[in-house]
Design a protein around this ligand. Structure first.
Ligand code: TXA
Ligand code: MG
Length: 507
């Protein structure tokens, strides 16, 4: 479908069951109650030429005590077997047995089953579709980064007024299949278009970049930008980075472009480098925390660039995490922190390749100052523009209320579990359940409850890419302490060390 699609990933169709594949006749207990819609089989035969097929169904009757799980399974098994005999393979069937008030993670429109299928069956969610007769089916798709198609069978007509006006509508599964097979726009274009519309209309959208996921809003819309601060619980004294698609957009953001800054932009953009430059009056104070400079970058990620291009106005975007917590490098981690606070999460099968945030170089005073180490190292920067002054909140005793880059706050990027840093702490206290975050392969893993290896071969780029996801995983495993190995302080290792020091800080 599109060039971003990796060869080993397969696109899929996630089918709602009742009212979509089969007639919705209330709580189905037996196979003899199942009636397929007339064109279902033929449509699925067409779709499976290109897509893996799954069924995802909410069956709250189980939690309500009206249905037994065995009855639901019986009906599902029948549907799958009937289709198999007709030449259609359903790869797997997912059932949410809960009621909405149970607040489970698996009920539509939550995308948990999509992510499980992606992990279990190598599904390319970004080029996949969900089809269903309820607005939840469409939101379910969007929440996972898929394209949702609403069908007018089943409850379709009844819930039409609750359907988002951007949703694609088909008369039935056969019509949906026709749309999917013949549509000229790819799901990527469609999802990005929707995300752009949301941002243009004042909403907030999480999107992938090559560093970490960002949470974006129209930079010129103050109330939209406020939503970012609210969602993240971020203090207003911490300014945001403005993301653009092309250099010409700088015209409305800055009033001066020092030659050294220009050199860096030309060499490293699109890429993990943020430049702090004198701002124009057009940039609202909420973005810059009242400073007279603005942070700008062009990210090097296809999805981010397509989104920025489609929005056509600069997008303010901090990392898509709650303030002070670990920046997300996967959709799962965005949703775990912000699921209920944002309008849409754009998914992508292109990973956050860098894995740590952009390097920030300030030109506020004319000569370059490094405010945050990141994806581009000083070894790459200094040969181009000469000596860069290094400012680090860890080493200096700066006043936090007037800090130049408040993201330099000492305690940052932190998991919930206490984290200590440096191999002098190894081997750990046997009384505690300790998780070890190892740089490369270890031979004493028995000393720990769990060991996560950042890069088996000791490659710093790979370690950076895996850092935050590994921290999140250790955090989720409920260990009592995380001990991290020493990591070489060179190249992107400087940024890794910086983040680990902040994560381990108790300040
Ligand atoms: O890689 C990245 O930079 C990611 C992706 C999403 O682009 N973004 C990111 O944003 O890390 P955030 O908000 O987590 O960090 C932005 C940093 C903060 O430390 C903030 O204080 C600093 O940039 N910053 C923003 N504007 C500034 C300004 N005018 N002067 C000094 N520092 C500024
Ligand atoms: Mg349905």
């Amino acid at each position: 479908m599109n060039s971003n699609c990796k060869n080993n990933l397969a696109p899929a169709i996630f089918l709602d069951r009742d009212g979509t594949l089969i007639e919705d006749r209330g709580y189905l207990k037996n196979s003899d109650e199942v009636i397929f819609y007339p064109d279902t089989v033929q449509a699925l035969i067409e779709l499976q030429k290109k897509f893996k097929l799954f069924i995802v169904t909410n069956q709250q009757g189980i939690a309500e005590g009206i249905l037994m799980r065995t009855e639901v399974d019986r009906v599902n098994d029948y549907v799958v077997e009937y289709l198999r005999q007709a030449g259609v393979e359903i790869v797997d069937t997912y059932v949410c047995p809960h009621r909405r008030p149970d607040n489970c993670a698996c009920i539509k429109p939550k995308p948990l089953f999509l992510q499980q299928a992606a992990a279990e069956y190598n599904i390319d969610l970004y080029n996949s579709f969900a089809i269903g007769d309820h607005p939840h089916d469409v939101e379910f798709a969007w929440n996972g980064g898929l394209c949702g198609i609403y069908v007018m069978t089943g409850h379709g007509r009844r819930h039409l007024d609750k359907l988002h006006r951007d949703a694609l509508i088909a008369t039935d599964v056969a019509d949906a299949a026709w749309l999917i097979i013949n549509s000229q726009t790819t799901i990527n274009d469609y999802a990005v278009e929707r995300a752009a519309t949301i941002i243009r209309e004042g909403g907030i959208v999480a999107f992938p970049t090559e560093t970490v996921y960002g949470l974006g809003a129209d930079a010129f819309n103050v109330s939209a930008v406020e939503k970012i601060f609210v969602a993240k619980q971020r203090p207003y004294f911490d300014p945001l980075i403005v993301h653009i698609a092309r250099m010409s957009q700088l015209d409305e953001l800055i009033v001066a472009f020092p030659p050294a800054a220009k050199i860096l932009a030309e060499v490293f953009w699109p890429g993990p480098l943020t430049l702090i430059l004198p701002k124009s009056d057009k940039v609202p104070d909420i973005i810059t925390a009242g400073l007279n400079t603005v942070a700008v970058r062009i990210p090097a990620h296809g999805t981010a660039l397509r989104l920025l291009n489609a929005v056509a106005t600069p997008v303010a975007a901090p990392s898509a995490n709650k303030f002070g917590q670990i920046s997300p490098t996967t959709v799962e981690h965005v949703l775990a922190q912000l699921r209920h606070d944002i309008d849409l999460t754009l998914n992508s099968d292109i990973p956050c390749e860098v894995g740590v945030e952009s390097t920030i170089i300030s030109f506020a005073t004319g000569s370059p100052v490094l405010l945050r180490s990141g994806g581009i190292s000083l070894e790459q920067i200094e040969p181009l523009i000469g000596k860069v002054t290094v400012k680090s909140a860890i080493d200096s005793d700066i006043d936090k209320s007037v800090v130049e880059a408040p993201g330099m706050l000492t305690k940052h990027y932190a998991p919930q579990t206490p984290l200590i840093y440096g191999s002098h702490h190894l081997p750990g206290d046997k009384k505690l359940r300790i998780g070890r975050l190892a740089f490369s392969q270890v031979d004493d893993s028995d000393n720990y409850a769990v060991v996560k290896v950042l890069s088996p071969s000791g490659n710093l780029e790979e370690a950076a890419q895996n850092l935050y996801a590994a921290m999140c995983e250790l955090d989720d495993l409920g260990v009592e302490l995380i001990i991290v190995d020493d990591i070489p302080v060179e190249g992107i290792g400087v940024a890794i060390n910086d983040r680990l020091k902040r994560a381990s800080s108790t300040v």
